[in-house]
Design a binder for this molecule. Structure first.
Ligand SMILES: NC(=O)c1ccc[n+]([C@@H]2O[C@H](COP(=O)([O-])OP(=O)(O)OC[C@H]3O[C@@H](n4cnc5c(N)ncnc54)[C@H](O)[C@@H]3O)[C@@H](O)[C@H]2O)c1
Ligand SMILES: O=C(O)C[C@H](O)C(=O)O
Length: 419
């Protein structure tokens, strides 16, 4: 019995014959569909031919690393709110021929897939880098951290897992921002996380200095990149990154709305009304006290959430979603959340590489949208390969619109205090 991976599928030539008891990973099944490879299971272990065109010995059965089941696909043109579909990034771009044969890392030299970089090899950064690499959408993911050896060590460790997980993106680590060269997408995670008792705003001084240094490096080495900012406090650091890099407004995007929306959806699912992936909702405003989750737009299995859950219970869930970051910080006692933040950032970048996203929330320059103060604000957007494609106008109730305007005013004030 063997585990049939993406690599086995990519080596096949039209048909892949596997043993009856072989385990086909969900990623490999997806890849076979993409490449139009027919999977045939042979009836008996003895009579079966080995996997076609595989020069490698079969992989001994290891503990299952199977990815979560693919989500239902979104019909074209439909307006889907909430967290990005996993399928957006789980299904990698076609792997260039030079990566398919030989298997030599250096064969990637003529690889035309884009490069990505992640600044900060801490909890969020390292997890984001691995998530990005696992998509095989990139020729290279470079992880950069000021701590000597940290990014290089983690990157090497991640690369060691490439054959097991079946990805072809090279991961490298460096202490030098020059490694950003040619990066088309940069995820900024460098900076201090908060500790119990701290607010995100308490991080402003220390993280502003870090963002300043990194913005210079991005401007110098990756002048055409789209930057996804994760470092807190989110709106202030997104503003600083845009200002100091001098990048156009569509190219600097703060990540928080995807995370906050996903948190709300996951908490609604705990009520037993739907699976998390069947809840649609969007978190706008700030990544903090001024978060606005318009309940008028929230649905579970297409049904208005307000018809499924009592009003006071919904209010409590909104409050818990708003405070989820602090809830995790308090439990961890050291550092902050990183699995769901990394998933959120990676899914945004993967959607951009694929050329489009559904409607998601991201921190962008509002520029008059929704009639609120022009500031960095969590708004509904669509992304494309160049960053923010458009801000989408959703029908908000008057009180939701008022809450968004209040969030914009508060953020604008905090940003003005940055000097
Ligand atoms: N926007 C969000 O939703 C969200 C979610 C989670 C975390 N965050 C924020 O992301 C940041 C990182 O969180 P974490 O848990 O990964 O922290 P961490 O402490 O685990 O990692 C931060 C890393 O940044 C590195 N670093 C510091 N200065 C650097 C520089 N100049 N260049 C390169 N690397 C540098 C550190 O060495 C460290 O490895 C924090 O500010 C946190 O508050 C934001
Ligand atoms: O809460 C934090 O400090 C980290 C992050 O912003 C989060 O929401 O998890």
């Amino acid at each position: 019995m063997s585990v049939v991976s993406v690599a086995d599928v990519e080596r096949a030539n039209g048909v892949l014959i596997i043993f009856a008891k072989d385990i086909l990973t969900p990623l490999a099944a997806d890849r076979a569909k993409e490449l139009n490879i027919r999977i045939e299971r042979s009836g008996s272990l003895r009579s079966a031919a080995p996997p076609a065109a595989s020069p490698m010995p079969s992989i001994p059965l290891a503990p299952s690393r199977s990815a979560p089941a693919a989500k239902p696909s979104v019909s074209p043109g439909s307006l889907q709110l909430g967290a990005l579909s996993g399928s957006l990034y789980r299904r990698g771009a076609p792997v260039p021929p030079q990566m398919r044969v030989g298997g030599e890392p250096n064969a990637a030299t003529n690889d035309d897939r884009p490069r990505a970089a992640v600044i900060g090899a801490g909890h969020v950064g390292a997890t984001t880098a691995l998530r990005l690499a696992e998509t095989s959408l990139f020729s290279r993911v470079v992880l950069v951290d000021i701590v000597p050896g940290l990014a290089a060590g983690l990157a090497l460790d991640m690369w060691h897992s490439s054959g097991l997980r079946g990805f072809t993106t090279r991961i490298e680590g460096s202490t030098d921002l020059a490694a950003l060269e040619e990066a088309r997408y940069v995820v900024m995670t460098a900076g201090r996380p908060r500790q119990p008792g701290m607010s995100r705003t308490d991080l402003t001084g220390v993280n502003a200095e870090i963002v300043g240094g990194v913005a210079d490096g991005i401007r110098r080495y990756a002048p055409n990149a789209v930057v996804v900012v994760v470092t807190n406090p989110l709106e202030e650091m997104t503003h600083l990154m845009a200002k100091l890099s001098g990048f156009a407004a569509n190219k600097v995007i703060g990540m928080a709305g995807v995370l906050d929306s996903a948190r709300f959806c996951s908490l609604i699912a705990l009520e037993g009304v739907a699976r998390p992936q069947d809840v649609d909702a969007i978190a706008l405003g700030s990544h903090g006290a001024e978060m606005v989750i318009p309940l008028s737009l929230a649905t579970a299995n297409g049904r208005p959430i307000e018809t499924l859950i009592a009003k006071d219970r919904l209010a409590a869930i909104v409050e818990r979603a708003r405070d989820s970051g602090a809830e995790v910080v308090k439990l961890l006692q050291k550092g902050s959340a990183y699995f769901s933040p990394a998933e959120s950032a990676a899914s945004m970048v993967a959607a951009m590489v694929k050329g489009s996203s559904p409607v998601i929330a991201a921190c962008v320059q509002s520029g008059g949208a929704y009639g609120v103060a022009d500031t960095r604000l969590g708004l509904p957007v669509r992304l494309d390969a160049n960053g923010v494609k458009e801000i989408v106008t959703l029908p908000l109730r008057p009180e939701e619109q008022a809450a968004l305007a209040e969030a914009a005013r508060s953020i604008a004030k905090r940003i003005s205090e940055l000097g």
